[in-house]
Structure formats: structure tokens, C-alpha cells
Design a binder for this molecule. Structure first.
Ligand SMILES: Nc1ncnc2c1ncn2[C@@H]1O[C@H](COP(=O)(O)OP(=O)(O)OP(=O)(O)O)[C@@H](O)[C@H]1O
Ligand SMILES: [Mg+2]
Length: 250
């Protein structure tokens, strides 16, 4: 932690927090994540920035049980995620918007969105769809289109909408700004910020650090699998290393 970093979780914090403690992820001999600790309180946007290969996506995949945890602990709402399947993690209310979106290009927008609700009763679908349309009205107009025929920004909206369809308590979003026009990034970011204001924790992974600093209240900088530094975004933005290496400022 930097000298001026303050704890960003108060004991009175309402709602479920994600707590990642001393996480290791290895691929064979290669250490992708090396003792990283990250906390995401309910209702906050927390950012992880860092260069290519720093282990950002691997950390998210470990939370989603898509890769095994080699060491360390992950808890959500006080419950350990150790040994849970990806489905069981999703059932706890953790949604993952993966890097590269991974939507089904040949399926319609509607069918892509419904995939996100597969764990919920059919009766809930319409409410959740309405919530997605409120966030991204364009999707309502394009429901019957194949998702692959839409612009990159709209496809990203489908990916986030699919995550919202699971009625999540935590959303992990991996490089959502990648390849999007700046105006679309702002639109997507505005919605992520609204989602957090509704009490959902948002863990935002961004190679584009400037964007992460704009949205997140607290930032972790990952380098070579470790949390190199962390702090309140406003304070960390003053750090010389962060300014030079990530924000392109001197
Ligand atoms: N399936 C895999 N098998 C082997 N090594 C992997 C695998 N996935 C990732 N790695 C390696 O683990 C390290 C961390 O990768 P990861 O994708 O988590 O980084 P990242 O911070 O998300 O990078 P980027 O910004 O490029 O998305 C890298 O060295 C990468 O090459
Ligand atoms: Mg990545």
C-alpha cells in the first residue's frame, strides 16, 4: 500500500463484499498471479490496472472458478468460494463480463441476453430485461438482430446486459473499453457507475488506466502478478510512478 492510501472498506459497509486474499494462480510453472489481495465492497467501482500479462484476467477467472486457485482465499459475502464450480459462483450473484466479450455472434441479441438469466426463474426475465433496456435502450431496438451484426459498442452492451440478466450482486468487467469509440466508452461507463449506485460491486479491469481512474474510487495496480501499489484513485493519481507509467503524465 502506498503511504497515503487509506482503507476503502468501512466496517459499516452494507452489502456483500468480494475479498481476495493472497491469491496465487499458476499455469504449470508459470505464475500468473502471485499473492494478490483485492477487496471489492458492495456499491463501489474498484479498478485494476496494469500492463499486458500482469495477471488481471487470471485474477477474475480465479474468482469465477474458470482457472484453479493455487493458493490464497476468495470470499464473497463471507462465504468461501474454494471448490465451487463456475455455476455455483454465478449462483452467488457474481457475474463476469469476459475480455473479448464472448457473445454468440449468430444468436440474436434477445437469446444472448437470456443466456445470462439461465439460473433464474422464467418469471423474472421480463423485469430483468426491462432493467437492461433502461441501461441500454439500443438493445431493445435490436433484439431480433444477430449479435454479431452490431457495432463493437453494442456488442459490449450485450455482454454487460447478459451479466445484468443474472441479477448480480457483483460484476467483474474485463477490458470493456477495448476497441470502442470514446463516446461509447462514456456511455458504457455511465451505466457501470449506475449499476454500482444500485449497490452492486463493480470490479473493473482496464489496460487503459486513465479510464479506470476516471470511474473507480479505488485502484489496484498489478505488475507481474502482484499488487504493486494501491490507493484511492484521487490520491494514487498523484504518485509519480503511476503518473509516468500509467497515466502518461509527468
Ligand atoms: N491459459 C493460460 N496458459 C498459460 N499461461 C497463461 C494462460 N493464460 C494466461 N497466461 C499467462 O499468465 C500471465 C497473466 O495473464 P493474464 O491474461 O491474466 O494477464 P492480463 O493482465 O489480463 O493481460 P492483458 O492486459 O494482456 O489482458 C501472462 O504471462 C500470460 O501469458
Ligand atoms: Mg487480460
Amino acid at each position: 500500500m502506498t503511504a497515503d492510501a487509506k482503507p476503502h472498506v468501512s466496517p459499516q459497509q452494507a452489502g456483500p463484499a468480494l475479498v481476495i486474499d493472497s491469491l496465487d494462480v499458476r499455469y504449470g510453472q508459470a505464475r500468473a498471479v502471485n499473492g494478490a489481495s483485492v477487496t471489492v465492497p458492495a456499491g463501489k467501482v474498484i479498478g485494476i490496472v496494469g500492463p499486458n500479462g500482469a495477471g488481471k484476467s487470471s485474477l477474475l477467472k480465479a474468482v469465477s472458478a474458470l482457472v484453479p486457485v493455487t493458493a490464497g482465499r476468495i470470499q464473497f459475502d463471507g462465504q468461501s468460494l474454494t471448490g465451487l464450480s463456475p455455476r455455483a459462483v454465478a449462483e452467488l450473484g457474481i457475474a463476469h463480463v469476459p475480455e473479448g466479450r464472448r457473445i454468440f455472434a449468430k444468436m440474436t441479441v434477445y437469446d444472448n441476453l437470456l443466456m445470462g438469466a439461465y439460473l433464474l426463474p422464467v418469471a423474472r426475465r421480463n423485469d430483468l430485461l426491462d432493467r437492461v433496456f433502461t441501461a441500454f435502450p439500443r438493445l431493445k431496438e435490436r433484439l431480433k438482430q444477430p449479435a454479431g451484426s452490431m457495432s463493437g459498442g453494442e456488442q459490449q452492451m450485450v455482454a454487460i446486459g447478459r451479466a445484468l440478466m443474472g441479477n448480480p450482486r457483483l460484476i467483474m468487467a474485463d477490458e470493456v473499453s477495448q476497441g470502442l469509440a470514446p463516446i461509447v466508452v462514456q456511455e458504457v461507463y455511465r451505466q457501470l457507475s449506475r449499476i454500482a449506485a444500485d449497490g452492486v460491486g463493480v470490479l473493473l479491469v482496464e489496460q487503459n488506466a486513465r479510464l479506470a481512474f476516471q470511474l473507480a474510487s479505488y485502484i489496484y495496480v498489478m505488475e507481474q502478478g502482484r499488487v504493486a501499489t494501491e490507493g484511492l484513485a484521487a490520491e494514487l493519481a498523484q504518485s509519480e510512478h503511476v503518473r509516468n507509467a500509467y497515466l502518461g503524465l509527468d
